[in-house]
Design a protein around this ligand. Sequence first.
Ligand SMILES: NC(=O)c1ccc[n+]([C@@H]2O[C@H](COP(=O)([O-])OP(=O)(O)OC[C@H]3O[C@@H](n4cnc5c(N)ncnc54)[C@H](OP(=O)(O)O)[C@@H]3O)[C@@H](O)[C@H]2O)c1
Length: 356
Amino acid sequence: MSAVLPFARPASRRLALLGTGTVGTAFVQRYQSLQSRGIDLPQFSWLANSRTARACGQQPAQALQHANDAARDVPVLQPWAEAEGLQRGDVVVDATASDDVANWHEQWLARGVHVVTANKLGQGAQLARAQAITDSGQGGGAHYGDSATVGAGLPLLSSLRGLVAGGDRIHRVEGVLSGSLAWLFHHYDGQRPFSDWVREAAAAGYTEPDPRVDLSGEDVRRKLLILARASGIALRAEQVQVTSLVPAALAALPTAAAIEQLSLLDAPLHAQWEQAREQGGCLRFIGGFDAEGATVGLRIIPRDHPLAGGAQTDNRVAIHSDRYNAQPLLIQGPGAGADITAAALLDDVLTITRAR
Ligand SMILES: NC(=O)c1ccc[n+]([C@@H]2O[C@H](COP(=O)([O-])OP(=O)(O)OC[C@H]3O[C@@H](n4cnc5c(N)ncnc54)[C@H](OP(=O)(O)O)[C@@H]3O)[C@@H](O)[C@H]2O)c1
């Protein structure tokens, strides 16, 4: 049986996981799958959620089970924040959506602890925090693996950083950055009410438990901030003009009541669908930035527009730069889902452990 912290400190590099939900569970499964194929991985030392922390021993899946079985009516625990919890050279994986955990990224990096994250609140929230993370990583020699934060591991951030490192200036980036909103606007046909499609997307696990989180555009704002900052642009959250799909009356309701009242979405969305049909275009929820500013919202685009294609939960991003001037570099692929997000996290872990 897995033991509750504290536990003895081993000599080798350790791996720790924060967050044992959808992504954390997929991470443990992939870790074990890669391990069974003989891939050299760092020792999985411990995992934690907001209630408990568990040493893993040889059995991370068992520790995961114990962590997820832990009682819910306890105060939020932060054993991972203790100074001796993580040492220089260790790798901590953040699979939470917690602002408190994101607040630790900078300090871990400054201590030489590598951080790998699916949590967008490190680089996708306050500019000061994002800059502190970048500075700490450069100063402390630790690596920040963030490829899971946008596009669930699609080569978006690496492409932007590669272009900038090669001397290109990024002129404009725009894209369909939300898997759930991509799915909704690939399916919405103006016939069935939009709220029906939202319920179907929620049942399939494509949306957050409260779909307003996706429909508000806030998630896309965070992704856009991460992309802009990776392009060397110090974009602030308040500089992104977000047009939410959620009417004020729906935004004001508590979650359970809002889910009952999703039909408040239907009339305004149908009107926009009708407008798109009249123009011979289609609706896509797009985030983009250029020298003029940054916007997030629903747009009517021609059916042959670079961002109109794709299917299901595909993300699709167009990068315009010095070298991709006449035609953008297009990156497309599944951009949501626990398994591909977990794979992106483990890719980053392996990149770190093989290089250092
Ligand atoms: N799901 C996807 O397809 C997907 C794709 C890309 C990125 N992401 C990102 O991945 C992250 C995780 O998503 P998810 O779907 O796995 O969420 P989730 O199922 O809600 O799991 C979140 C986990 O974080 C833990 N947690 C919360 N606060 C914590 C704290 N202070 N200390 C330690 N653990 C804490 C929770 O603990 P409890 O169990 O105790 O509540 C829970 O285990 C999010 O940032 C999300 O945006 C998700």
